[in-house]
Design a protein. Structure first.
Length: 284
């Protein structure tokens, strides 16, 4: 198979300084991505492979050799191979003696083996110095770098002990659940088969008292959702309020009118009118 390469310019180029060589055992996705970043940082990279002639898609400027030949090129050897293929390292004990072996592997399951991969590697090659690195980063992250949008976060200088956001979030969810529950209850009691089973006092209590309670909870749910954004200029695009602000006009108007009507001075008069009182009646 003909070897194909990817051409990229290194991040740092300084021909006056001697490039340090890093050896990478394995030509898989992670090995190639790591070698590509090493080359960009100005290191000389040599790959160790079982079949050097069959290795492909390696970054431009990297050399690929057999495991023993590649190990003699550098004092730092990064193992990008699975634990199941570590056995061949026992044959390279003499070559790896005194070198630094970087273990980047992760097991598929917790406690899959009695010892960690680094401990197992240290048992196979007792003369080498085993360290752990690069096991918390993926090949995709190495290749995409800053283009990985999921790793770009907005820096917010907030008090880490502030609980206002948490309270707003919890209140928003709680009010929504309670409002939805009462709304469903109102719908059920409106069914003819259910309304015929209750007396008029029960029906009036559900439709009136619980109806207003449902309206209050749902309105509060929307108010908490808006939070501090109600008066924010950035929300008023084309000088028009958002949809959730417009949706609050009718329920807020109803609640304000209801609050006025339940005031003692007005409620007493309305109760007398319902009972048949007239201002200029000759029977009063």
């Amino acid at each position: 198979m003909e070897k194909t390469c990817t051409d990229e310019l290194p991040l740092t180029m300084n021909s006056s300084e001697k490039q340090e060589t890093v050896c990478i055992f394995g030509t898989g996705d992670f090995g190639r991505s790591l070698g590509f970043k090493m080359l960009q940082c100005g290191y000389s990279v040599v790959f160790g492979s079982r079949n050097p002639q069959m290795s492909s898609l390696l970054p431009s400027g990297a050399e690929v050799l057999s495991y023993p030949e590649a190990a003699t090129k550098s004092d730092i050897i990064i193992l990008t191979i699975h634990r199941e293929h570590y056995d061949f390292l026992t044959e390279l004990n003499e070559v790896l003696n005194g070198k630094i072996l970087v273990d980047v592997s992760n097991n598929l399951k917790v406690n899959q083996y009695p010892e960690s991969n680094a401990e197992y590697l240290a048992q196979l090659v007792p003369g080498a110095h085993v360290v752990k690195a690069f096991n918390t980063i993926s090949a995709w992250a190495l290749q995409s770098g800053a283009l990985d949008a999921s790793r770009q976060t907005l820096l917010k200088k907030e008090d880490p002990f502030s609980t206002s956001s948490a309270w707003l979030s919890d209140s928003y969810v709680t009010l929504g659940i309670l409002g939805f529950f009462l709304f469903v209850l109102l719908g059920i009691t409106s069914l003819p088969s259910v309304s015929n089973m209750v007396n008029w006092r029960e029906f009036r209590f559900v439709q009136s008292k619980l109806g207003y309670l449902t309206l209050i909870l749902c309105t509060a749910h929307t108010l908490v959702y808006g939070g501090k954004r109600f008066l924010s200029p950035s929300i008023l695009r084309w000088y028009l309020p958002s949809a959730y602000i417009l949706a609050l006009i009718i329920p807020c108007t109803v609640l304000v009118i209801k609050f006025i009507l339940i005031m003692p001075c007005i409620d007493k008069t309305l109760t007398r009118i319902r009972q048949g009182w007239e201002r200029n009646s000759k029977y009063s």
